[in-house]
Write a protein that binds this ligand. Structure first.
Ligand code: ADP
Length: 257
């Protein structure tokens, strides 16, 4: 039996198809979120990747920021529950999830059964979210995927003192003009995101194992800065950005059963 999970975020649309509530058959990520054609494109793409047709899907669950305006699913479930389900499937022992998306950051505490018992969220400020990284990559004329490699080549990471994205942009431009090396600036930008999110995580209390989910988890520079700030290992899966969609596909299976 095939079930589909769709995660419609502020920035991206993600889909995962799962077979029999266990095996991940196919996935897709489209860089266009709620209010765009992104969800439909992601759905078409995942069906194509799986070699399946719409009628092969037994049940569809939608989650994420844009779930309430999406009408083509059998049920909708909050992204917190879906992230917890997705992470539990990949890392059954995780007790803290740090999820950094395009527009917000969340820290979820799970109990021994993998159920969410507490969470904290920053959705008020772009600092500490993907939006901050997107803005900085823009002014440095770098692809978002290149930040990780640049950060890893830093010899003396820069300190970005402004947390406000607009002021930090000016600061980055001034530091560039003052001759600070690009790699060092990128490492400083990754650390700035990590330190914002670390304070959120410290408020809820860190219990190991800790994993990162969401698009920003793909950036090894942010992962290692966060690991240093919190003094714990951060577990990472290449499915990090798909955890919500995976959880939705698993929830769809549970609904049918
Ligand atoms: P949402 O669900 O809120 O739409 P995602 O969890 O899909 O967001 O994350 C989107 C964010 O992921 C983007 O804002 C971007 O900054 C970040 N991102 C995506 N790929 C990378 C990458 N390779 N390195 C760093 N950040 C990335």
């Amino acid at each position: 039996m095939y079930t589909l999970g769709i995660d419609i975020g502020s920035t991206t649309s993600k889909c995962v198809i799962v077979k029999d509530g266990k095996d991940i058959i196919a996935s897709s990520i489209v860089i266009a979120g709620t209010g765009t054609e992104g969800p439909n494109q992601a759905r078409e793409e995942v069906l194509k990747n799986a070699g399946l047709k719409q009628e092969d899907l037994k049940y569809v669950v939608v989650t994420g920021y844009g779930r309430t305006i999406y009408t083509d699913a059998d049920a909708e479930i909050s992204e917190l529950s879906c992230h917890a389900l997705g992470v539990k499937h990949i890392f059954p022992d995780v007790r803290t999830i740090i999820d950094i998306g395009g527009q917000d950051a969340k820290v979820l505490s799970l109990n021994e059964k993998g159920n969410m018992v507490n969470f904290l969220m920053n959705d008020k400020c772009a600092a500490g979210t993907g939006r901050f990284l997107d803005a900085m990559a823009g002014i440095l004329q770098l692809d978002i995927n290149d930040l990780e490699i640049k950060a890893s080549e830093a010899t003396n990471p820069a300190k970005i003192s402004n947390t406000c994205t607009v002021f930090a942009e000016s600061e980055v431009i001034s530091q560039l003009a003052a001759g600070v090396e690009l790699n060092n600036l990128v490492a400083g930008i990754c650390s700035s995101v990590a330190s914002r999110v670390a304070s959120l995580a410290k408020r809820i209390g860190i219990r190991e194992k800790v994993c990162m989910s969401g698009g920003v988890a793909r950036n090894g520079g942010v992962r290692s800065a966060l690991s240093k700030e919190l003094g714990v290992e951060i577990f990472y899966s290449p499915f990090a950005q798909l955890m919500g969609a995976l959880g939705a596909a698993l929830a769809a299976y549970n609904k049918v059963n």
